[in-house]
Design a protein around this ligand. Structure first.
Ligand code: SAH
Length: 257
């Protein structure tokens, strides 16, 4: 039974990977937002060590490498994403500074106080915001930075429908002041916090998926897993359009004390 479940999950993961391999970003974001967040990081030099955790195929990593000095080790759970990532680094002539490796964010291959900067766009939810901030802190040098984007509520209250959707999808979604307080509690100075603009969801995330969904459904017509995935993603996009005043992604930048 459990073997069967594993293989069903493996099949789902493979399909999800294949679907998201077709688009440049696997989460909401944009080059402008990556650059803006990077502008808060000081004290880096060509010898600095940076980690990009949950890097996907590397859309944001290439922008980061063009914005900041130092070497970047990027990590993702899915080997398929890392393969595309490393091709992407070569295409951008960044492979001497940017390297993708397969691994998990709950077991990172770094030494204590090795890193100058930890980056993670739209991925820390996989370990949980608070746990990620606490667990990853030891890898940072004193005075090193962490910059993560995370789903957050914009208002203290919101309509039931969207509250239920998110509590089910990611129960640790919380308000911005609560997230900032968690960052402070984990041993960082909260340096900057900003809401990423709507075009990071529309232009850079949902719109590129429209074509991807058509070709994916054509390839996997009649496949329930594929159809359910696309159905879920469509609901996600519709809910965003309906409730975008109440939630979004927020960049949180902190400096290790
Ligand atoms: N940073 C990218 C991808 C965000 S999507 C972007 O902004 O476009 C979240 C990523 O986290 C996916 O690529 C997923 O494969 C990765 N991921 C999920 N669980 C992970 C884990 N335990 N360790 C490392 N990466 C993980």
């Amino acid at each position: 039974m459990s073997n069967q479940n594993n293989s069903i999950h493996e099949f789902e993961f493979k399909l999800i990977c294949e679907y998201f391999s077709q688009v440049e970003r696997q989460g909401p974001g944009s080059p402008e937002v990556t650059k803006l967040a990077a502008s808060f990081i000081d004290n880096l030099n060509p010898k600095s060590k940076i980690a990009d955790i949950g890097c996907g195929t590397g859309g944001q990593t290439m922008v980061l490498a063009q914005s900041l000095p130092g070497d970047i080790t990027a990590i993702d759970l899915f080997p398929e994403f890392i393969e595309l990532f490393n091709k992407n680094a070569i295409r951008n002539k960044l492979d001497h500074r940017v390297k993708g490796i397969t691994g998990s964010m709950d077991n990172l291959p770094f030494e204590e106080e090795e890193l100058d900067l930890i980056w993670s766009e739209g991925a820390i939810y996989n370990i949980g915001f608070e746990k990620g901030l606490n667990d990853w802190r030891k890898y940072l040098k004193k005075g090193g930075y962490i910059a993560v984007s995370e789903a957050s509520w914009f208002t203290p209250e919101r309509p039931d429908e969207i509250d239920r959707f998110w509590v089910n999808a990611y129960s640790q979604i919380d308000t911005i002041p609560n997230k900032v307080s968690q960052m402070q509690g984990a041993g960082y100075v909260p340096v900057a916090t900003f809401i990423i603009p709507e075009n990071c969801w529309t232009e850079h995330f949902f719109i590129p998926q429209i074509e991807a969904q058509k070709s994916f459904l054509a390839k996997y017509s009649g496949n329930k897993v594929a159809e359910n995935l696309i159905h879920y993603l469509k609901i996600e996009a519709e809910l965003y359009d309906k409730y975008k005043d109440y939630y979004g992604y927020v960049f949180y930048i902190g400096k290790r004390i």
